[in-house]
Design a protein around this ligand. Structure first.
Ligand SMILES: [Zn+2]
Length: 318
């Protein structure tokens, strides 16, 4: 891979942070964040096994030896976030992988994770999206309790439980630099939807743990740290956080209400999918996003499908 090719996949931010495009589904859909401090490095989320060459190329471009990577921080074990963690760990001799207590066994022994993902994506799509999932030796897994801290060079990172999107989700708080890595807890904000530098945000409710009340509480917990930036896996840095947090919570409630409205409808699945696309499209109109329906479908259809599956799972659990 050429150096310019690598650079095209990287964006640098403040506080030693670089977003790396993990080449998942389409450009700028999913990022891994590389954090460098005092010559030591950490990856926050990894993309899939197919993403690992991008991550190692970014490390090389930054002049960091793989032996100097201390941490692979997997915010949760959904495969677009942690599917590549095992393959990445094989290339990082000294790293430990931090995984939520409810997710750790799935990275050590991924068979259940693989089976669950095949249910969501189907066998064929699963293989092309994720490839092989490499297990991580248990001795290299760190299982943080809520509020545990890890050291990276001169900085301290706090790992806090944030249920709502997934029960195996933590977020990473860097108090000194007033920033948070939110995984999927603070929703999705594709840069494709930016209008005049303003970000657009919506929740992700992937099966099987969506819990609207817990998700709103987790967003509030993130905001209680008064961050100046939040780094989302989908995609990279957002600011303007009081507006985005308010919209996130309103939209979590709107998604739950949409589910409840069609709860007992005989054609619930198709009503939900049409309703969710229409709802997000209305929010895009209000955001002054001008592109037509074809482009909106291209950018949203996968998320609408996943979100509706998660909402139906929630309705069936209630
Ligand atoms: Zn997720």
């Amino acid at each position: 891979m050429s150096v310019s090719g690598v650079s095209a996949k990287m964006s640098d931010f403040r506080a030693g942070i670089t977003a790396i495009d993990v080449d998942y589904v389409r450009p700028r859909l999913a990022a891994s964040h590389l954090v460098i401090d005092g010559g030591r490095a950490a990856f926050v989320d990894t993309g899939t096994t197919h993403s690992v060459p991008n991550l190692l190329a970014a490390l090389a471009e930054k002049g960091v030896d793989p032996a100097d990577v201390d941490w692979v921080l997997a915010t949760h074990v959904h495969l677009d976030h942690a599917g590549g963690a095992g393959a990445l760990m094989q290339a990082l001799p000294n790293a430990r992988c931090a995984v939520h207590p409810r997710g750790a066994r799935h990275l050590a022994e991924p068979s259940k994770l693989i089976a669950g993902s095949i249910v969501v994506y189907g066998e064929e799509r699963f293989r092309s999206l994720y490839g092989d999932i490499v297990p991580i030796e248990e001795s290299r897994i760190f299982v943080p309790e809520d509020g545990a801290t890890v050291r990276l060079g001169g900085r301290e990172l706090e790992l806090i439980n944030t249920p709502g999107h997934a029960l195996h989700h933590y977020c990473i708080v860097d108090r000194e630099h007033e920033l948070i890595f939110s995984g999927d807890t603070f929703g999705i904000s594709y840069r494709d939807f930016d209008v005049d530098g303003r970000a657009f945000i919506f929740p992700t409710t992937t099966p099987v743990h969506f819990d609207p009340r817990a998700l709103c509480s987790s967003v509030e917990r993130l905001m209680s740290y008064h961050p100046r930036s939040i780094f989302l896996t989908h995609y990279a840095e957002v600011t303007d956080l009081s507006r985005l947090a308010r919209e996130m919570k309103e939209r979590v409630v709107a998604f739950a209400d949409l589910g409840l409205r069609y709860r007992d409808a005989p054609d619930r699945s198709s009503k939900l999918r049409h309703g969710m696309f229409a709802m997000i499209s209305t929010w895009l109109d209000a955001h002054n996003y001008l592109r037509e329906d074809g482009e909106r479908h291209r950018l949203l259809d996968d998320d609408v499908e996943l979100n509706c599956q998660g909402i139906e799972h929630w309705l069936d659990r209630k």
